[in-house]
Design a protein around this ligand. Structure first.
Ligand SMILES: O=C(CO)[C@@H](O)[C@H](O)[C@H](O)[C@H](O)COP(=O)(O)O
Ligand SMILES: [Zn+2]
Length: 198
């Protein structure tokens, strides 16, 4: 007999993914187009998030600098969640709220993309990073949940909002991850064409 709690996690995750597929296909396509255009123009992608979403930021950067499923040259993506000296110095000397926005200020250029994760849509350091990205004429791809929170209110029409229709952080993160893989796949298809018949 399968553990009912384990079964319930898998069932809820599977049900949400199929529901989210139809809701999120369009913003995911918009994110692919935005990122492919930016990368084609010589721009880069900066990624940030807290906790599990910090891991997602690093996961995405690794798949661009390394590869997703197809061989290609490295693509410029940087997770802002990895440099412990920057994170502790800025957190200690200024505030935790500024650990990503100061990096966006330092590294972000016009035309770059900020990939911002927040399952609640309300994390202050992500809101601050988005505000600085806008000041530096960057576009934002935000992955949220729980209705999008405050992030949903500060995004512009030029940004992309992938908002998972759920209230449970773990489930939202699981859909963020499959969305990331869709974006990686879409960038490769834009570069090399569809490999469906290969
Ligand atoms: O991964 C999990 C929960 O599954 C946690 O580590 C979670 O990422 C943390 O609580 C974050 O601080 C949540 O922040 P946010 O997603 O609301 O911006
Ligand atoms: Zn998690």
């Amino acid at each position: 007999m399968t553990n009912p709690r384990i079964l319930a996690h898998f069932q809820e995750s599977a049900d949400l993914k199929m529901k989210a597929a139809s809701v999120l296909a369009q913003p995911i396509e918009q994110a692919i187009e935005l990122m492919f255009t930016a990368l084609s123009n010589g721009n880069k992608i900066l990624a940030c998030g807290n906790g599990g979403s910090a891991a997602d930021s690093q996961h995405f950067a690794a798949e661009l600098v390394g590869r997703f499923e197809r061989e290609r040259l490295p693509l410029p993506a940087l997770a802002l969640t990895t440099d412990t000296s920057i994170l502790t110095a800025v957190g200690n000397d200024y505030s935790y709220q500024e650990i990503f926005s100061k990096q966006v200020q330092a590294f972000g250029q016009a035309g770059d993309i900020l990939l911002a994760f927040s399952t609640s849509g309300n994390s202050g350091n992500i809101l601050a990073a988005i505000e600085v990205a806008h000041e530096r004429d960057m576009r934002v791809v935000a992955l949220t949940g729980k209705g999008g929170g405050k992030i949903g209110k500060i995004l512009t029409d030029a940004d992309v909002h992938i908002c998972v229709p759920h209230e449970r952080t773990a489930r939202i993160q699981e859909v963020h991850l499959v969305s990331l893989h869709c974006i990686c796949d879409g960038i490769d298809v834009a570069l090399f064409g569809d490999d469906a018949n290969e």
